[in-house]
Design a binder for this molecule. Structure first.
Ligand code: B12
Ligand code: SF4
Length: 418
């Protein structure tokens, strides 16, 4: 190994999965004989700072902006330890999400002050928001999209300061996931998997579709090998797919489930899925048989007019038919909803209410409910609108009256408290 690059996950962020992005980067570079050290400051500082979990996970501007100073004051040894470990390395990377960007920028500045010659590389989903890049030091790097190839280039042959979407052409060429030296079971007993990158759909409200250019996926055989490897190493039986959606290719999903059954893997797994009008009933049964215990599904609205404005690609009737297939296979699933989408009228809202009421015996649970947020800054109005927020509140009362199950912590969880 020639040199070690350090990659840092700053807080606050989700704590229940090991930092998958950093693990992918580490596995890729180590396969190419470049040493990588991951610093999960998110979980380290959570442990030392003693905040309640919901404080750590709730979107809160003041908390996110102030956390760096609080951490420096209350856990200075974490920073000293970091500075000691990185002192001999040329390149320090940060994984940016909106929530942890204030911390990352402050820490990067401290590192620059101490070690002016180090190159800082910013990657992660939040690098799409280009205004942050204006805070860049002229010697730093800004990677939009996947990080494997650009980071390798920075370390070996030079890369432009800003790189966009240099994507891996063949996912199966990646080494099998290796979490070491992190112990992934410290995060949870359910390990993350990623069978694809990107999303081929174009729902109008969604920023996730912009995170990559070309939709690519592993072969089902690769994912089966991955699962076997993790089972033998960690003796676990529970997995969570981090894909944007698991059911783009029906044939892929069929083959994957058949392989799970054929190999007797007896795992439990969950994933995000899309409502597909042509989804075969047999596949729903196969999902159940293969160990799928939950699907997270974006319905978003019960009004056909709004579904069409959102470009969801299905109608409310098609959604019901899809849900019925899952119900018939006894598959648990939960749905998300968005209220206050531009041009949503009272009659649309009432249609969603009616949709949920008439299908309350089919839909096991409402997971996420949020007002529309204009992430792509496409509209003149300021979002969320008071109407959107009011509709969410009214909808929650409706769910309570109708005794419909919902996930409390996922209500309004995409909006900032202040
Ligand atoms: C699975 C998932 C979850 C899971 C698990 C979270 C986790 N540990 O990742 C759950 C459901 C728990 C979750 C929760 C949340 N999520 Co989420 N989630 C995802 C999802 C679908 C996949 C993440 C993933 O694992 N990707 C796989 C890894 C390998 O990809 P990656 O992280 O992008 O890393 C690659 C590149 O970004 C780059 N890269 C990353 N870091 C670095 C660093 C360097 C130095 C370099 C060079 C490159 C680089 O290289 C990596 C490998 O190619 C993404 C959307 C998506 N499709 O990516 C949203 C996403 C990350 N989530 C998002 C959000 C907002 C949340 C929540 C805040 C929502 C909420 N309010 O509750 C919460 C977070 C918890 C909290 N409250 O703090 C946003 C973040 C947007 C942003 N700008 O910050 C995303 C991008 C979705 C979106 N709206 O676009 N999430
Ligand atoms: S299917 Fe999901 S990830 Fe893809 S564009 Fe639509 S909302 Fe976004």
């Amino acid at each position: 190994m020639k040199e070690t690059v350090h990659i840092i996950q700053t807080p606050p962020f989700w704590l229940k999965t090991p930092p998958l992005s950093l693990i992918y980067l580490k596995n890729y570079l180590e396969n190419k004989k470049i040493g990588v050290q991951i610093h999960d400051l998110n979980s380290t500082l959570y442990k030392y700072l003693n905040y309640p979990l919901n404080k750590w996970l709730t979107l809160d501007d003041d908390f996110e902006k102030g956390l760096f100073y609080i951490a420096e004051k209350r856990a200075p040894f974490v920073f000293e330890n970091l500075y000691r470990q990185i002192q001999n390395s040329r390149v320090i990377g940060f994984s940016l999400l909106k929530r942890n960007t204030p911390f990352a920028f402050k820490l990067a500045r401290r590192i620059k002050n101490r070690f002016p010659d180090k190159k800082i590389v910013f990657g992660g989903p939040h690098t799409l928001i280009l205004k942050e890049k204006n805070k860049l030091n002229s010697a730093d790097f800004w990677i939009i999209g996947e990080g494997e190839i650009p980071l390798y280039n920075i370390l070996t042959k030079g890369e432009p300061q800003i790189t966009c979407f240099k994507e891996l052409p063949d996912l199966d060429s990646l080494p099998l996931l290796n979490f070491e030296p992190l112990n992934p079971l410290k995060y949870s007993r359910s390990l993350p998997l990623l069978s694809s990158r990107g999303c081929p759909y174009k729902c109008n409200f969604c920023s996730e579709k912009l995170l990559s250019r070309k939709f690519r996926y592993h072969s089902p055989q690769y994912i089966i090998e991955q699962i076997k490897h993790l089972i033998s190493k960690y003796k676990i039986d529970s997995f969570v797919f981090c894909d944007s959606l698991i059911n783009y290719k029906t044939q892929w999903l069929e083959e994957f489930c058949q392989l799970l059954v054929k190999n007797n893997l007896s795992i439990k797994w969950e994933a995000q899925a899309r409502i597909k009008p042509d989804f075969p009933q047999g596949l729903a049964h196969l999902l159940k048989k293969s160990g799928c215990f939950n699907l997270f599904i974006g319905l978003e609205n019960g009004s056909d007019r709004i579904l069409s404005l959102m470009n969801k690609g299905f109608s409310s009737n098609e959604a019901v038919r899809f849900f019925r297939k899952l119900k018939k296979a006894d598959l648990h699933f939960e749905i998300s909803l968005i209220f206050g989408y531009p041009h949503e009228q009272k009659k649309d809202y009432l249609k969603t209410l009616q949709f949920i009421k008439s299908n309350k015996n089919i839909i096991p649970k409402i997971a996420q409910v949020n007002p529309f947020i204009d992430y792509l800054k496409e509209f003149k109005d300021k979002f969320p609108t008071p109407q959107g927020l009011n509709k969410v509140s009214a909808f929650i009362k409706f769910l309570q009256n109708e005794k419909i199950r919902y996930t409390k912590s996922f209500i309004n969880n995409l909006i900032y408290e202040n």
